[in-house]
Every structure is written in C-alpha cells, then in structure tokens.
Design a protein around this ligand. Sequence first.
Ligand code: CMC
Length: 431
Amino acid sequence: MANETTTIINNANGESYEFPLREGTIGPAAVDISSLYKEAGIFTYDPGFMSTASCHSAITYIDGEQGVLLYRGYPIEQLATKASFLEVAYLLLYGELPDEQSLVGFETIITRHTMLNENLKNFLDGFHYDAHPMAMLVGVVGSLSAFYHDSLSVNEPRHREISAHRLIAKLPTIAAAAYKHSIGEPIMYPRNDLRYCANFLHMMFATPCEDYKPGLIAEKAMNLLFILHADHEQNASTSTVRLAGSSGANPFACVAAGIASLWGPAHGGANEAVLDMLVEIGDVKNVQRYIEKAKDKDDPFRLMGFGHRVYKNYDPRAKIIREVCHQVLEELADADNPLFDLAMRLEEIALSDDYFVERKLYPNVDFYSGIIYRALGIPRNMFTVMFAVARTVGWVSHWMEMLSDSNNRIGRPRQIYCGPTQRDYVPISKR
Ligand code: CMC
C-alpha cells in the first residue's frame, strides 16, 4: 500500500485534497489527515475516537473481529499460561522477552523499589476511614512526584526509566496500604524475599501480629489476572496518560490521571460493578428481568461486563478467565460459588438473545475477574485498584514510548463550536 493516498472532497468549495495512507505491520491503514486543516480549512469529527488512530505504537495489537490480543507480538493465551507478570512487564516496557539474567536484574530492581517514603503514610492517614481505595490511589500516586523529584526530567531517558520502575514497584504497596487504611489495620511493609504477586498478597493480608503465607494458587491466579490486565492499546485510561504526558507532565501525575479515568464503570470500574450487579440479581430466576432491563432504552441499566468498543467477538481475556475460573474456585475450595453459577447462566441467556447477538455484545475481561478476586478474599471496592496495579505497566510503557517518539507533540483536539456567535456585553441593570 506504499504511496497510496485517499482523496477528501470538501463539498463546501468543491475542492479535493490528497492525503497519504499510513500502514502499520498489521491492522487497518490510517488516513494521515494531520495537514487537513492547514490545507482545506476543515476539521474531522470523531467523538469517542471511533475511527481515529491517535499515535504509532509497537506495544499491543488487538483484532476485535477475530478476538486476538498480542503483547509485542506474543498471543495473550501464551503469555497468560507461561509467563510471570514481571516477565510480561519487562516485555511491554522494553519490547523483548528478557533472558534469565535480565529478568533477575529487573525483578531485583522492582523489588528494591517497593518501599514508600515514610512521610507518604501521612497522606493515607489523612483520608477518612471509609474513603474508596481508588480515591486514595489517585491522590497518593499523584503525590509521589513530591517525593521522588530526583528523576523527573521527562526528556532524560534514564529518569523516565527510574520513574517507570518506581511506579511498577510502588503501586502494590500503595494499593495494599489503602486497603489496610480502610479496614483500620497497620500498613504492612513489603518483603523482598517474595515474588511480586506473593508480596502483594502479603501486604494485603498479613498483620504485624500474625504472619500470612501467600498460597501458590492465589499467587498464580493473581499473576494471571495481572497479565491479562497489563495493557490494552489506546483505551481511555492509557489515552489519558498519553494526553497528560504529551504536555511534559511528570509520570506520577500522568498515571494518577490514568487511574482516575480507569475508575469509571464503563472502563476498569466495571469489575466492581459486575459483582454489584450479580449480587443485586441474586438468583437465576431474576436473570431474564435484568436482561429485559438492559435492553430497555428508557432504563439506564446496562449488563456490566458485557460489550466492548473494539471486540466484536469474545474478548480473549474473558475466555481465558472463564476457563480458569472453575479451576481456581475449585482449588480455593469455593467451587459452589453461587455468583459464578449466576454469571454463567447470565452469559448463556444473553448470548442467545437477539439484542446482544445483533450488537455483538460478548462478555469482556471484567465479567469474570471479580469472581476470582472475590475468591481470593479481595473486597469489591479493591477490584478496580487491582486493575490499576496491573495496568500501571501498560501506562508507563505507553508513556515511555510516546516520549521517545520524535513525532510527539502536545495533544490538542479541536471542536465544532456550537455556542452563541459574537455579541456585546450587556450591563447588569439592562439584563
Ligand atoms: N448492556 C446493554 N446494552 C449495551 C451494552 C451493555 N453492557 N453495551 C453496549 N450496549 C448497546 C448500546 O446500548 C448500543 O445499542 P444501540 O445501538 O441500540 O444504541 C450498542 O450496544 C453499542 O454500544 P455503545 O455504547 O455505542 O458501544 P461503545 O463502544 O461506545 O461502549 C462499552 C463500549 C464497553 C462502554 C459498553 O459496551 C458498556 O457500557 N459495557 C458495560 C460496561 C463494561 O463492561 N465495561 C468494561 C469494558 S472492558 C474493560 C475495560 O476496558 O476497562
């Protein structure tokens, strides 16, 4: 397709303009309309970015029609069953799978950065006891820039790398601390002898008066969920991180912005919303009523965990989770989990309903992830926090990629102005 162009005709003046087609390694080509306004004096309009590629990226590829997800070219199914979360983190950050020595080096760096500055604990103490852990996460991650300003020169590649390592390492510590605060228990320090997920479980569930031995099944399940959540191309939170970072803002501020975006129920907040929904449905006999509510355009209710902007086929991550869900619940002695049975029944009914079939609405990654987190003893309000911990790897990978791209410039969309045309100020006595 090299040298191919697309013609855009401006019906207002009858003139036509040629624009180059840009091609990646796989996936649809994109019309490069960056000079459209300069040449033709018109904008493009694409709310929700339905047809807009915002950047070049070599990190993650999705084929929504076929249900394919690749991290740096590797199928998610292979990584999910064979790799560790930090191995995947290295892959996303640096572009290649690490050899043994590089992996050990990376694990050591991440492990050595897991502690928080002691004064950061004061931030957590300032939150009310019933603050949502996502609220604490947004605030505390944003405040990291006030503590680690020794490496905030975003134009300096080594500084970017140090900040990326700090974020990946400290997110679990902050997340677990937010949880401990919400239940009134003392914060647990990280343990350097434990792997990433086992250490997270330790910080969540150990107390100073009682040791906690993270179980292998729980660690494996968390490792899998973290890999599945690690990156997902230019989703809302990643695009938020990129947009914030395009102004040269520091990475802690950018990731805090990403966490805020993830929190919404249409995005990462869906895993918490799915569990709320399943509890509300309560019994298989109520499923049909909720399906009808989801189809009713006058009812704001949506089937949470269903549908996806890109996947018009089964979300490959949901397929993996669904398969391991049984196994994990059995191993964790939670096999007759009524919510899992309810979720399966809901899925079955929805997938045979014309409304969902016609719109290609399939279960997404969040439909089953909450059920596993719940079986691991993680409370509902922590589900999106878990997602944020895993997605931090994707956010920092995209942020690093963007800043090393010579085409990077500040993100600045335009608008179709629909307000009043110019008018004169009227003194208050005359209004
Ligand atoms: N329940 C009922 N109807 C739905 C649903 C749903 N979950 N999702 C989409 N629809 C309908 C929607 O009403 C519309 O119907 P119509 O064409 O008659 O107006 C059609 O399907 C297309 O939906 P859309 O809202 O235009 O699609 P979108 O690409 O803008 O939204 C979505 C995608 C994920 C926000 C949406 O499917 C949704 O709200 N799902 C529930 C929330 C959810 O599970 N989010 C997690 C996404 S995966 C993890 C992540 O990205 O963080």
